[in-house]
Design a protein around this ligand. Sequence first.
Ligand SMILES: C[S@@+](CC[C@H](N)C(=O)[O-])C[C@H]1O[C@@H](n2cnc3c(N)ncnc32)[C@H](O)[C@@H]1O
Length: 225
Amino acid sequence: MTQSKKKDDRASSRHYNFTTAGPVDDYLYSMLPKRDEVLAEMEEYATQHNIPIVGPAVARVLQQLALLINARTVFELGSAIGYSTIWWAQAVGEKGRVIYTDGDSKNVERARGYFARAGVSNRIALHKGDALEFLSEQKQEFDIIFNDVDKEDYPRVLRLVAPRLRKGGLFITDNVLWSGRVAEKNPSEATTKAILEFNRRLYEAKEFYTTISPIRDGLAIALKK
Ligand SMILES: C[S@@+](CC[C@H](N)C(=O)[O-])C[C@H]1O[C@@H](n2cnc3c(N)ncnc32)[C@H](O)[C@@H]1O
C-alpha cells in the first residue's frame, strides 16, 4: 500500500468514501487558500489521530453562511478539538459568542489551547458535557446552531432546535449523506436509519426551509422561517 493510500484510509476530513470523492473533489480542495498555522496544525493532528473534523472545504461554507447572515451567536453541538469552532469564532467577530460543547475532557483541554493560540478565546465559551442537555437549557435564541454530534442523536437534536433559533437563523448539520449510505435500499445500521429519519423530518418541518449540499459528506442547511 502506498503512503498516500494509507493516509486516505484514515478518518480525515477527506477520505475517499465520501459521495463527492474523486478528481473534482481534488480540484475543489486544490483551490482552497492556505490555512493559518493553528488551523493547519489542527488538520494534521485530526488526520493523524482519526478525529473527524469538517475539514477546510466545509469550514469555509460554515464561515460564509455565518458572514451572510451576520451571525453573532453560534451554538455548536459536538466540537471535538475545536476546529469548526475556530472558523465560527472568526466569523462572529470581536463581540460575537460561540458555544463549544464536547463530552470528552481531553478534547476540551486541547481545544482550549488552540483557541488561545488562535487568539479567539474571548469569543468562545467551552462546555464539557452532553451537548443536547446543554442546548435544552438555553433560554436565548441563537443565530446559528451547528449539529455534529453522534448520528443516532440527530432526530433528538432536531426536536430541540427550532425554539432556540432566531427567525432567519440557520440550523446546519454535517454528515447527512453518511458516505452515501443514505442511498442504501435496506439500511441496517442505526446511524444510517437515524440520519434518514433526521433528513426526512427536517425537510418536512414547517419551521424550516431546507437544502442539502452534497459537499464532502453532505451538509444540511435549514433556514428558520
Ligand atoms: C465529528 S466530531 C466534531 C468535529 C467538529 N465539529 C469539527 O468539525 O471540528 C464529534 C464530536 O462530538 C462529540 N460528541 C458526540 N456526541 C456528543 C454529545 N451528545 N454531547 C457532547 N459531545 C458529543 C464527540 O466527543 C466528538 O468529539
